[in-house]
Write a protein that binds this ligand. Sequence first.
Ligand code: AMP
Length: 421
Amino acid sequence: MTFQAPKGTFDWLPPRSERALAVREAMSAPARLAGYGYIETPTFEDTALFARGVGESTDIVSKEMYTFEDKGGRSITLRPEGTAPVVRAVLQHGLHNGRLPVKLWYSGNNFRYERAQKGRYRHFSQVGVEALGAEDPALDAEVILLAVDGYAALGLTGVRLLLNTLGCKECRPAYRAALQGFLRGLDLDDATRQRAELNPLRVLDDKRPEVQAQLAGAPLVTDHLCGACKAYHEEVRALLTAAGVSHTDDPRLVRGLDYYTRTTFEFVHGGLGSQSAVGGGGRYDGLSEMIGGPALPGVGWAIGVDRTVLAMEAEGLFGEEEPPGPVQVYGVPLGEDARRRLFLLLTELRRAGVAADMAFGGRGLKGALKGADRSGASYAVILGERDLAEGSAQVKDLASGEQIAVPLAEIVTTLKERLTT
Ligand code: AMP
């Protein structure tokens, strides 16, 4: 019997897996330049952290969590998102008692029991940033710019920024009530009615056409903002515009997690079909208190690594060619003594920073040279018993076919020179 990866999961295999690494690298580089430190939290947490932090009425908590009881009888949940764990860690270690804002970035896997389709998986990977302990429109703008610059560094041109504000605890209750009043007058199924009572903003996020059609006249949060929220939002927009970041105001943008306040945003890409969000985030000033901490404002985002790779592929950023093979030099030993000597030579080459591999398993010259071609290496080093007796090896340029004998003691310097010119 052979096994398959579980439904909704997939394997990143080389050479395509390099693309995922490139996305993680590019999306975290701007954060590192802006003083964000790397944080790694456990892959699982107490279930209650997500139930309280993400919100009982969200799809994530009500339907999608991988929850189980461990052998000690604790309820454990595989991390469905990265923000609540980061805030938990900040509070646990008192990072918020030091210099503010606390700036952190992370990279890791998340787990959600979702309906699997292209771009939506049960196991997926995110890079995220969080900045805690300051409520400042410049911090919201900084955080957004970190993502904008990351996408730009990857060469993506089709990412659009959708921007909204959700108000604060002063102005949101009145908006919530107005929206609830409106939703009560619509023709909705029981589950959606229930949701309208629990968390009416989330109904705006309902993607079903029969629901969307009825939402055309829904009251907009932007018409119910208090003065402070309005001014805050205007400042975020002005800072983004000054930094050359274009954005689209989307007063319906609410996102799927309960903890957002004020600035909310999403990055979407046109080349991905229905799963168009490549990243999203916002301000979550109430989250710390929801999980038992002091008032601690925060703002952050998470970008989907898998979907960002799909977006880059949709834009043709990797071309037709697969990335070049990972080695520069390929060793071809002919005979046991030659194998031992070549093994040492390859070790020397690698220690000198040259990527090198060799034929394993006692293949003949023809098979080993085929391996050399497949490896994508620029040079083969062929070592036979006679070469060994003469203290030299054959260095073959695999592009031109030219072959020369080089003394064993000079192989490393010769190859290093040739590879750098
Ligand atoms: P969220 O935590 O839901 O705000 O998601 C942030 C980003 O993570 C989204 O914009 C997606 O790019 C990515 N993402 C969320 N859920 C999934 C999933 N099930 N599969 C793949 N990517 C996802």
